[in-house]
Design a protein around this ligand. Structure first.
Ligand code: ZN
Length: 435
């Protein structure tokens, strides 16, 4: 497969690579073999190859690495934008009922629509929570395979304050049995495009016993771990009350054995220096979810403190606390969150669009431990790609916008990107099916 387009990627936080007229070649295994300027790479032999991609005639084709959503909730998408002042009442009033309904084969159309929406937004890798139900979690894996998307999915685990009706001990046993079964069946499935992630919701609805057993399943099966950490002050107070012997929220997860390089913690807003040390020294990862943090009045994440501590960070849409799956809007929100912090404290560094694009591509890949596979357009990587029409991002169809440099393009994407610009997505070189 050969793509002739402008090429743009952000392999490091401060590098933006741009080739205005580029060529990208993908071999039959879905690996990028070549990427660079057409003037150097375009040969007679290449020109005789079948045309790969039928772009609309007036399109300005731009090829990027597929976006990586490091934290979102599949069953919650129908109830986005339900206004509530804070996390805990919002969960009870809007989210638990939606997750309670997410069971049975009837969920197929919702799951298909959800993956279509992710792909329409240019997201080719997503780390997802399902609900507590085993059947709909398995169905999500099946449909992810049909769509050809790269996905990391986990059944939500809770044994206390759950919307399941079981007694805590019974809920715990069921949750652990189902999690182990799903992990054994789906971790590494579809030739490695699918992974399982053990997913205790958070320490407010999980017993220490459940969390310890969850960590053991992850260790046994080699799958990932995801949970929520330090999102909101009332949540932190509830954790302190539930685990008075532990020195902090992060220390609860340390005690449970949940910290480590295969673990992704959503939010991580209100952490002490000691907690940052615990995360960093254990190699733990963070999903920064700025749209969600603002929607639920949770706080302004000190992104630079996390990164300065050496914690790998990517971005999450965190639907339905975040109002949309559009990662360009999440990038914009990440920039604006740091801008507001900087208005209060001039020492806070600026987050620029190039770095935001890094967070949504290579940053996410690194946090997932997949930076050797995805996240940039380097030869040797698997071809997870987003092809979009830059004219649909620029004002007035691009008719009055002269060609611009890499930074200007990245900025236009962050502030105006979305499904309206997406032409196609590819995972490991294969075009994703989308209605
Ligand atoms: Zn979440």
């Amino acid at each position: 497969m050969i793509i002739r387009a402008s090429l743009l990627d952000a392999p490091t936080p401060d590098t933006l690579r741009f080739v205005e007229d580029g060529i990208l070649i993908v071999d039959h295994t879905g690996t990028i073999t070549t990427s660079g300027p057409a003037s150097e790479l375009l040969t007679e032999a290449l020109l005789t190859e079948d045309e790969v991609f039928d772009a609309p005639k007036d399109a300005r084709l731009l090829c990027l690495p597929g976006l990586i959503d490091l934290h979102t909730h599949l069953p919650q998408y129908p109830v986005v934008a339900r206004c509530e002042e804070a996390l805990l009442p919002w969960l009870k009033r809007h989210i638990f009922p939606a997750e309670l309904d997410f069971q049975g084969p009837g969920q197929r159309s919702l799951i298909e629509a959800f993956f279509d929406e992710l792909l329409a937004n240019g997201t080719t890798t997503a780390v997802l929570y399902a609900a507590v139900w085993e059947d709909s979690t398995a169905l999500a894996f099946e449909i992810a395979a049909e769509k050809g998307i790269r996905a990391v999915i986990g059944k939500m685990m809770m044994d206390e304050g759950s919307y399941g009706e079981a007694h805590p001990a019974e809920a715990r046993r069921k949750s652990l049995d189902e999690t182990r079964r799903l992990a054994e069946q789906w971790h590494g499935a579809n030739n490695g495009l699918l992974d399982y992630t053990v997913s205790p919701r958070f320490a407010v609805t999980c017993s220490m016993e459940l969390m310890k057993e969850a960590a053991a399943i992850a260790a046994d099966t080699g799958c990932l771990i995801q949970t929520h950490l330090s999102e909101n002050t009332a949540e932190i107070a509830a954790v302190r009350e539930r685990f008075p012997d532990r020195s902090s929220y992060t220390d609860v997860y340390r005690e449970a054995g949940l910290l480590g390089p295969r673990s992704i913690f959503g939010h991580a807003i209100h952490l002490s220096d000691r907690e940052l040390d615990l995360l960093a020294s254990s190699g733990s990862r963070v999903a920064h979810c700025p749209t969600a943090n603002l929607f639920l009045n949770s706080g302004l994440c000190p992104l630079h403190s996390l990164r300065q501590a050496g914690i790998p960070v990517g971005l999450g849409s965190d639907v339905a606390a975040g109002p949309e799956l559009n990662l360009w809007q999440v990038m914009r929100s990440a920039i604006e969150t740091q801008a507001v912090r900087r208005m209060q404290d001039g020492s806070i560094p600026v987050l620029n669009p190039a770095d935001a694009l890094y967070l949504a591509t290579m940053g996410g890949a690194t946090a997932l431990g997949k930076d050797h596979l995805i996240g940039s357009l380097d030869p040797g990587k698997e071809a997870d790609l987003l092809l979009l029409d830059l004219n649909r991002v620029l004002p007035l169809g691009g008719r009055f916008s002269p060609p611009s440099d890499a930074n200007a393009i990245a900025t236009a994407l962050v502030y105006r990107g979305g499904p309206h610009a997406t032409l196609a997505t590819f995972t490991r070189g294969r075009r994703n099916s989308r209605r």
